[in-house]
Design a protein around this ligand. Structure first.
Ligand SMILES: Nc1ncnc2c1ncn2[C@@H]1O[C@H](COP(=O)(O)OP(=O)(O)OP(=O)(O)O)[C@@H](O)[C@H]1O
Ligand SMILES: [Mg+2]
Length: 241
């Protein structure tokens, strides 16, 4: 579903991605672990075409992202939900309006249908009683749930997450991770989750990889990664939060 071959990206003289390759199958969820500044967010931005790679091929559902014309890039973006690292909701809109805006503005859904869908997905993530609240009235965990609902409401085939659990306590973090897992299996979503949170990776992903020196240096199941003799990899497992 997502195929990345030999991806290169530098900013000036700073090489960030150095031949990164990754294949994620339909319905599979892959976690990218890695220290701060290794290029995890850059990788996600290349996949959705927000950044142009210097070299390499990226395909989503067999459509090329990197050389794609505007039409296929539009089609690709229609099938991908993206939870940004900042997870920002629009502060001036209620939670429901945040979802409605996404549907009507970017996905050509009619307003009444969008309102119903928004309520449905907010209920699904456990925010049924909070649909008319403003984001500032929600806790951090609830805001993450709302951001997840906003990504889900477009019924994407693919969801990309940048640090979905950052800033949450371990219990809420596990709840969000469980919710992601549940939604992926319920809707057969293909996912890439960027995270420092090894517990989150363990819950949500089928496989994971460690981004180091511009490539996915180690990939495998979480159990396989746990056995790797590399100080950095061990660090993730030693300090699970
Ligand atoms: N638009 C940009 N222009 C210049 N440099 C950039 C740009 N985007 C990212 N970088 C640089 O690329 C490197 C990788 O950034 P990236 O945001 O992918 O890190 P990350 O792995 O997501 O880190 P973190 O875990 O802290 O979020 C950083 O050194 C960053 O400064
Ligand atoms: Mg990042």
């Amino acid at each position: 579903m997502i195929e990345i071959e030999n991806l290169y990206k530098a900013f000036g003289s700073q090489r960030v991605l150095n031949g990164l390759s990754l294949n994620v199958k339909k319905g599979e969820t892959f976690s990218i672990l890695g220290k701060s500044g290794t290029g995890k967010s850059v990788t996600l931005k290349c996949i959705v075409g927000l950044l142009i790679p210097d070299a390499g091929d990226i395909s989503v559902d067999s459509m090329r992202v990197d050389v794609g014309d505007r039409k296929s890039l539009f089609r690709i973006r229609q099938m991908i939900g993206f939870l940004f690292q900042s997870g920002a909701l629009y502060d001036s809109m209620s939670v429901r309006e945040n979802l409605v805006f996404n549907l009507t503005r970017h996905h050509r859904v009619k307003h009444t249908e969008a309102r119903d869908k928004a309520a449905h997905y907010l209920t699904l993530v456990g925010l049924g009683n909070f649909i008319d609240r403003m984001p500032s009235e929600l806790s951090g965990g609830m805001r993450k749930r709302a951001a997840l609902a906003r990504a889900l409401v477009i019924e994407p085939q693919i969801l990309l997450y940048d640090e979905p659990t950052t800033g949450l306590d371990p219990i809420t973090s596990a709840e969000i991770s469980d919710l992601v897992r549940e939604m992926h299996s319920k809707f057969s979503i293909t996912g890439i989750v960027v995270t420092h949170d090894i517990l989150c990776a363990g819950i949500v992903s089928d496989r994971a990889g460690v981004l180091k020196d511009g490539v996915l240096k180690y990939t495998g199941t979480l159990n396989e990664l746990a056995g790797i003799e590399d100080e950095e990899v061990k660090g993730f497992f030693r300090n699970p939060l």
